[in-house]
Design a protein around this ligand. Sequence first.
Ligand code: KIV
Length: 273
Amino acid sequence: MSVNKRSKIKKVTTHVLQEMKLHGERIAMITAYDYSMARIIDSTAIDVVLVGDSASNVMAGNESTLPITLDQMIYHARSVVKAITRALIVVDMPFGTYQGNSKEALCSAIRIMKETGAHAVKMEGGSEILESVSRILSAGIPVMGHLGLMPQSIHKFGTYIVRATEEEEANKLLEDADILEKAGCFSIVLEKIPAKLAARVASTVRIPIIGIGAGADVDGQVLVLHDMLGIIQDFSPRFLRRYHNLYEEIKGAVQNYTDDVKSKDFPNEKEQY
Ligand code: KIV
């Protein structure tokens, strides 16, 4: 299929992503958590929308992704699904809903698919969660893996610094990518790892590799919407490119409105009945 035909595709599927990798066409993925933002995103050519558990940080103000619940993820995903018409929608399985036992993992994934209308789930980890990944895949639910920095394991890592810089961890990551591909995952996110290692994974496995802080030689990129729009200001990792400074824009608009109310400038004669 030509690039031109793919860009006119009505709905992005896991097969379309595979085709894009085969043709060297980069995949653009972004997070979304609510209907209004998702509507704006839907008017772009974005390929994948991730209802990330980063909602725990950017929407709920938690310090980590650990507190967000399955019910809360389902709430966010339902809002996003209502707005997205073209992109593939992936929902993060929250911490504690798949690490314990594979039956519970399958029930959690089924709830996400049934109650939201999303197209796939994302799970953090490799060999440790293989049983859960396989059980979910066997129910016909597409799974995106997530390796490298895994924010749900922050208390094991102790820090958000770049992962897999040492040989042992890099080898484990390569093995895990292979395990996830063989299990049947349709794609893997690699977060905050050396660019050379990410490039090696992307050239070794056949499924699309989506990077965040993983360099340019992977099959696609993902950013957290609120970070790239400059709504969140106190998070500035090297990999983040800010496309806007919405914090200042929103602050200015709300301050202007407040000033207008206090000075009795708003509403004026044309703004009343
Ligand atoms: O939850 C999230 O936003 C993510 C991305 C950082 C990939 O998992």
